[in-house]
Design a protein around this ligand. Sequence first.
Ligand code: ATP
Ligand code: MG
Length: 421
Amino acid sequence: DPDMAFEATRVLDRLISAGHEAYWVGGCVRDELLGRSIQDMDLTTSAEPDEVVGLFDNVIPTGIQHGTVTVVSGSFPFEVTTFRTESDYEDHRRPQDVRFVKDVREDLRRRDFTMNAMALTRAGELVDPFGGEADIRKGLIRCVGEAEERFEEDALRMLRCVRFAAVFGFRIAPATWKALLRKRQLLRYIAMERVRTEMEKIMKGPDPLRGLELLRRSELLSFTKTATPWQRISAFSLGGLNDLPEEQRWGLLLLAGGFEPEQADVVLRDWTFSNAFRVRMLRLLEWERAVAAVSPSSADEAGLRREWISWLIRWGRETAADWLAVNGSLSLEYRLVAHTRGIVSMLEAKGRDWTDDTSIQQMKDLNITGNDLLGALNRRGGPWLGELMTRLLLAAACGDIANEKEQLIEEAKRVTEVEKA
Ligand code: ATP
Ligand code: MG
């Protein structure tokens, strides 16, 4: 965004004209060299935080004790961080001791990977003490300094390593990979929320399969705070993963992993996913379970259509679409071992049409109310009423009866008569 670059340059100029050093740094320098679009521009400076605060009108003291303030310029926020070193990492995640320093190279040394440890001057010169540019050219992720030490300081770096490898399609340098395998048990110190954030970046990237392959080979996810049985996810069932939209990729992962809804519920809570996302995934797994539970006797087309519409009523159209997409991505091998294969091919062939042709799906679509029924049947309310209405809804949705008040009442009477008899 040229407007953002313009504003960032103004911030740099202000710092420089006040006698300080100032650079673009980290992810934005890397992304520029990679030719990727830049989301946010971070700046680093020799000015101490209170000096930065004094130079700008609109400043938010984001993490002022660690040397970071947010300068807002032309409505763009920029993180401006004072050159600093870090030491005495507590519990393999947070530096206890942050010291401001005068040399940008000192600051770059604390950063995780060579490609993230570069700064760019106002004039466009690269400050690259660890060979980040060369590593980018080679497509290589490499720790700054001793890899084992760096992972020990902050265990999240191991997941970042895998994430960058997956998102950029890079290889991991042998020494870095070896260190990752040796230090992977430290991942248990990292909050699941941060683990999830990295996983989300892998999953929405261009090649989540590559990320999952690296996670499988490193077994990193078995060492998180709440160990997740991801190892059950057999790579061979995931062939179509990269072609799905993000949410459905997660759906495929859970489904191919053979997670029951109850297990997935625990996992998704552990991973601090939002309620809305968890519900969406659970509905998909419920749908899959219903498919697997179809009895062979109702497996003809009419019977399956009925089942499908009843699922549509329970879990909604989004879940129908999720199931069709995810199911279509499961490789053949997965369904070969499942006994439901014939049923599944029928659902695959017809499900979309059955969904589109179903116009009545919720109680409010039904042309009758609970009160109408109470009056017509002359009964007191009770649990029977909900059951009856669900039945009417299914009958109307399937087209067995018309969605008209009189026909619905007639059907209600017929059903209750049959039940009495
Ligand atoms: P992205 O924003 O695409 O997720 P990024 O590299 O910009 O990737 P940020 O979290 O925005 O990641 O961090 C900005 C910079 O701060 C990084 O480029 C890196 O130099 C440094 N950094 C971030 N996290 C760590 C860490 N855990 N250990 C060391 N340095 C880090
Ligand atoms: Mg960033």
